[in-house]
Design a protein around this ligand. Sequence first.
Ligand code: HEC
Ligand code: HEC
Length: 421
Amino acid sequence: MIKKQLTIFRIISCLFIILIACSEDTSLTTDNENEIEVDIFTQREWAVIQRLSPLPITPPLSPTNQVADNPDAAILGQKFFFDERFSKDSTVACATCHSPFYGFADPEATSLGVGRGTRNAPSLLNVAYNKWQFWDGRADTLWSQALIALEGETEQAGTRLQFAHLIDEYYKSDYIKVFGEYPNLSDTDRYPRGGKPGDHQYDQMSEEDKIAINTIFTNIGKAIEAYERLLISRNAPFDKYVAGDNNAIGERAKNGLKTFIGKGVCILCHDNPNFTDNEFHNLGVPQGMLPTDTGRYDGIKELLMNPFNGGGIYSDEPNVPQRILDFLEPTSIHQGQFKTPTLRNVALTAPYFHTGGFPTLASVIEFNNSGGVPSGFIGTREGTIEPLNLTEKEVDELVEFLLTLTGELPAENLLRKPNLP
Ligand code: HEC
Ligand code: HEC
C-alpha cells in the first residue's frame, strides 16, 4: 500500500517537473536555443563549445620578464633547457623530465632527477597560458618556476653560484648580448664556485654581490621562459571541428563532447581554450604510497616567501603581481587543492593527476564517475564531486573526445637538443 502511494507520488512529482521544464522552455527560449543548430548540438551547447576554441595564437604577455618574447633569449633558453651541466653532477637537465618525446611530460608517475620527487611532471606544451605554475601554484611566473627546479633537491640540485660560473665559462657572449654586462667573477673568494642560501659560501657574500649572482640566476630563468613560450600546440582536431570542419572528429567524440559540457560537468573546471579555470580544487585524489600533500596550502606559503616571486626585486614589473599576492593567504580551504591542469595534449602525457597514480584517461574518468574516494587525501573534497552515473559508453566517448585535443607540435627545431657551447 505504502509502496503504491509512493509510486503515485513519484509519478505526480515527475509530471510536475516536466510541466515546470516545459513552461521554462516556452518562457525562456525565445529564439529556439534548444533546437539543433550546429551538427548534433543545440545553439546553447554550441555557445559553450566556442568558449573552448581556438587557443589564442600567442600566450598572455609576461610583463615580469623583459625578454619573454626576445628570440635571442629563447635560443639561449633552449640551450639551458637541454644542458645537463646545470645540475649537481651534470646528469640532469629540464629535458630529462620534460622530454619532447613524451609531450614535454614524464612517462613515470613521479620523476627521477637528482632525487625522486613526489608529484607527476606536467607537460610544458602551452605552459605559457597558465596563470600559476606547479600543481600547487607555488610559482607565479615561468622564470621563477625554472629557478626552483634548478636548485630543487629532487630536480637539478645545482646552486646559483655554480650556474653563474657556467654562464661565465660557456655562455658569456650570448648572455651579454641579451642581458648586458655582469661583474667579473674571476675572484672566487668574492664569488665562490658553488653555493646557494644556507651554504656558507653564499651566505658570507656581500648583499651587493648576492644581488649580482641572483640577477644572473634570474636571467637564466628568464631565457628559459622565452623558450617555453614557444612550446605552443594548437589546431587539434577539436579546434578544426569548432572552426567548421564537421568531419574533423568522429561521432563518438562528438557525443563525448556533449557529455563533457553536459552530464559530466567537466566544463565546470576545464572551461577555457586551455581547458582550465586556472584555479585549484580538492578532488580527493588519494596519495597512495606518497607522503601527505597539502597542495595549494603550502604552495601559497612558499610563493609568498619566495624572493623571486612576481612582486619581488628581480621582477621587471612587480606592481600588478604584488597586488595579486597581497590577496593570497593560506586557509584550511586550500588544504589538498591542486591546479586544474590543461587537457590539451592530455593523450600524450599519461600517467595522470598530481600523483601520477592513474595510468589511463579511462581510469581518471572512472574516478570522477564514481564520485571519488572517501579517504587517502588531506582537506575537504569539493562539494561538486559526486557520482556522475555515466554509462560505460559515455565514459568511452569522453575518452574519445579527449583524444581529439592533441594539437600540432611546435616547430621541429624547438624539439631538438641544440649544439651546446
Ligand atoms: C627531476 C625531474 C624534473 C626536472 C629536472 C625538471 N622538472 Fe619541471 N617539473 C617536474 C615535476 C615533477 C613537476 C611538478 C612538480 C610540482 O607541481 O610540485 C614539474 C613542473 C614544472 C612546471 C610547471 C608546469 C605546470 O603546468 O604547472 C614547469 C613550467 C616546469 N616544470 C619546467 C621545468 C624547467 C624549465 C626545468 C629545468 C630548469 C624543469 N622543469 C626541470 C619535474 C622536473
Ligand atoms: C571541480 C573541478 C573539476 C571538474 C568538475 C573536473 N575536473 Fe578534471 N581535474 C581537475 C583538477 C583539480 C585536476 C587535478 C587533480 C589532482 O591531480 O589532484 C584534474 C585532472 C584531470 C585530468 C588529469 C590530467 C593530467 O594531466 O593529469 C583529466 C584527464 C581530467 N581532469 C578530465 C576531466 C573530465 C573528463 C572531467 C569530467 C568528467 C573532469 N576532469 C571534471 C578539476 C576538475
